[in-house]
Each structure stands twice: as structure tokens, then as C-alpha cells.
Design a protein around this ligand. Sequence first.
Ligand code: 5GP
Length: 191
Amino acid sequence: MPGITTKDEFNKHIKKVLIDEKAVQEAIARAGAEISREYEGKPLLLVSILKGSFVFLADLCRAITLPCEMDFMIAKSYYNSTESSGDVKILMDLEHDISEYHVIIVEDIVDTGQTLSKLIPMLKERNPLSVKVVTLLDKPSRRTAAFDPDMSLFTIPDLFVIGYGLDCGEYYRNLPYIAEYNTEEGVCSDV
Ligand code: 5GP
């Protein structure tokens, strides 16, 4: 059900711009160039973990100058109050048999690290040629699982951020920059 229908309501939750559009695009151009150097001559599959990474994937794939294929997956972490580590379930799986590919997981943000620390071993069981993780944002101060991405474009402090694919109650994914969410004006449903 739609929750935000006016521009005023939308804008009042945008506290401040943390990473502007130019900085995001410049970092993606550098990451794309590095991936293009590293994977030349290799069968490459970019795997986007939905929904948050779809904007990043769209720009990153266009900064990569090699032939590559794309696939999508939805994975969710489930926690209960007595456990610090949760369970990860694949809600939508890949179409590709990844055993013939070098896989790059494209992620929006690594926060506690729980999701990817469980998902990567599940994908490795399918015997890909290699698996690496590139994330747009990394919040290392929040880590509760032993996991670090292979490439991170920006390290950010412990703030709830929105924009460039990252949502709050499904809104704000379409901002072309990364912003801090204003919790003083109310909290979104999934914080
Ligand atoms: P974790 O690393 O804790 O397993 O989970 C990462 C997921 O939590 C991300 O893919 C993202 O969906 C969500 N997440 C973590 N931090 C933030 C944040 O600051 N803003 C938004 N919108 N989502 C976040």
C-alpha cells in the first residue's frame, strides 16, 4: 500500500547527502575499470542481490568493458531475539548454472555481514570458477559476522542510509545519491 504521496513528506526524511551523485559515478567508473582489467578473457557473471543492488548493478555493468552476463537473486536474513546470527533463505534463485563462471556478487551495503557470510558458502557449493563480492557501501562498525567484501566503494559510519537503490519502506531507491535518513521525522517500517 502506498505510504508517501507528497514531495514534502518524501523530502523531510532526507537528512543530508552523504555521497553525492558525482562521487558515486566516479567510484563506479574506477571499479568498472578494475574489474575489466582483472576479468579479461574470463567468463563473467554479475549477480545482483535484489532489491537494493539493482541501481548499482545497472551503472556498474555499463562501466565494465568486457562481455558479461547478469543474474538476480533474492536472499533474506531471518533473526530471532535470542540469536545474534540468523538464517538466510533464498527467496528467488539464480537462473544460471554458475559452475562455468567467475561470479561477482553485486551488493548495495554490507552491514552486519550475516547475509553474505551465509550466502557465499551456499553459492560455493555450486562450484563456480571463483566468487568475489563488490559492495557499494560498507559499514564495518556494525559487523557481527566474519565477512569482508573483496571490493568496497565507500566505507560509511553507523547511519541508516537511503538512495541509489537503498530503501526505507520501499521509497527512496530512486535518489541518485546516498543520503542519511532522518529518523526524527519517523522511522520507516523496515528499520
Ligand atoms: P547484513 O550485512 O546485515 O546481513 O545485511 C545487509 C542488508 O541490510 C543490505 O543488503 C540492506 O538491504 C540492509 N541494510 C543494512 N544497512 C542499511 C542501511 O543503512 N540502509 C538501508 N536502506 N538498508 C540497509
